[in-house]
Design a protein around this ligand. Structure first.
Ligand SMILES: Cc1cc2nc3c(=O)[nH]c(=O)nc-3n(C[C@H](O)[C@H](O)[C@H](O)COP(=O)(O)OP(=O)(O)OC[C@H]3O[C@@H](n4cnc5c(N)ncnc54)[C@H](O)[C@@H]3O)c2cc1C
Length: 213
C-alpha cells in the first residue's frame, strides 16, 4: 500500500503526541503508531505528574534550558487548553547545617538556570506554610506544580487530530527500510506501508528506548 505521508511518529505517549502535534501544526501529514489500544498507557500516565521548575539540572545544560522554557510553555498551554493543573509550589527542606549549605547552592544554581523566584526561608516561616514540618530552613520553589497527565495528553491528541494527524492504535511499529522514494514501514499484523513523499518521508522514533535494534 503506497501512502503519501510525511512523518510517522512511533508511540503515543506524551513525547510522541507532542511531536505529532507540533509537526502537524507546521503542515506536515502525520501518522502516530501505537502498540496499545489507547494513548498514554505507558510511562506518561504512570509518573508523578509534577511540573518541574528546573532547579536541579547542571548550569547551561540543555536539560536546564528546556525544563525552564518548557515549564513556562506548559503552564501557558494548560491555561489556554483547560488542562487541570496547579502551581502549588514546593518546599525543599534542610534538617542539618550541611543541608542548609546545599539549599544555598541549589538556590544559586536554580537562579542561574532561570528559576528566578526561589526563596530561602527560616524554619518558622516553613512551619507557617506546613505546621507539621521540622527543619532548619527551606527553599521555596513557587513555580513547581502538578498536572493532570491524562488531560494533557488528550489535549495534545485533540490539537494533533485537528491538524490532520491520524492516530493508529493497536499498531506496533516493527521495522522500516529506506526505498528510492521514501520508506517501507512494517506494522504488526498489517500490510507493509510505502511512504512516498520524497525527502520529507521520515519515521520519527519517539519511544523511550529509541529505534528497535
Ligand atoms: C516513576 C517516574 C516518575 C516520573 N515523574 C515525572 C514527573 O513528575 N514529571 C515529569 O515531567 N516527568 C516525570 N517522569 C518522566 C516522564 O514520565 C517521561 O519522561 C515521559 O512520560 C516519557 O514519555 P514518552 O512518550 O517518551 O514515553 P511513554 O509514555 O512510555 O510512551 C511510549 C509509547 O510508545 C509505545 N510503543 C512502544 N513500542 C512501540 C512500537 N514498537 N510501536 C508503536 N508504539 C510503541 C508504548 O506503548 C507507549 O505508549 C517520570 C518517570 C518515571 C518513570
Amino acid at each position: 500500500m503506497a501512502t503519501d505521508i510525511d512523518v510517522i511518529v512511533i508511540g503515543a505517549g506524551v513525547i510522541g503526541l507532542a511531536t505529532a502535534r507540533e509537526l502537524a501544526i507546521t503542515g506536515l501529514s502525520v501518522i502516530v503508531l501505537e502498540t496499545a489500544d489507547a494513548i498514554g498507557t505507558g510511562t506518561s500516565s504512570r509518573n508523578s505528574e509534577v511540573i518541574h521548575a528546573g532547579l536541579y539540572y547542571p548550569q547551561r545544560s540543555l536539560k536546564a534550558k528546556f525544563c525552564v522554557e518548557g515549564r513556562r510553555r506548559l503552564y501557558d498551554y494548560c491555561e489556554n487548553h483547560g488542562v487541570a493543573h496547579r502551581r502549588c509550589g514546593k518546599l525543599i527542606v534542610a534538617t542539618t547545617d550541611d543541608e542548609v549549605a546545599i539549599l544555598e547552592d541549589l538556590k544559586a544554581k536554580g537562579g542561574a538556570n532561570g528559576c528566578d523566584d526561589l526563596r530561602l526561608i527560616s524554619s518558622e516561616e516553613a512551619r507557617q506554610l506546613e505546621p507539621a514540618l521540622c527543619c532548619l530552613a527551606a527553599l521555596v520553589s513557587p513555580s513547581t506544580g502538578i498536572i493532570d497527565s491524562h488531560g494533557y495528553m488528550l489535549a495534545l491528541r485533540g490539537d494533533a487530530e485537528e491538524h490532520g494527524t491520524a492516530i493508529a492504535l493497536l499498531s506496533p511499529f516493527e521495522r522500516a527500510e529506506v526505498t528510492s522514494d521514501g520508506f517501507t514501514v512494517w506494522v504488526g499484523g498489517k500490510e507493509p506501508m510505502s511512504l512516498t513523499s520524497g525527502c520529507w518521508s521520515m519515521p520519527v522514533a519517539c519511544m523511550r528506548h529509541g529505534w528497535p535494534g
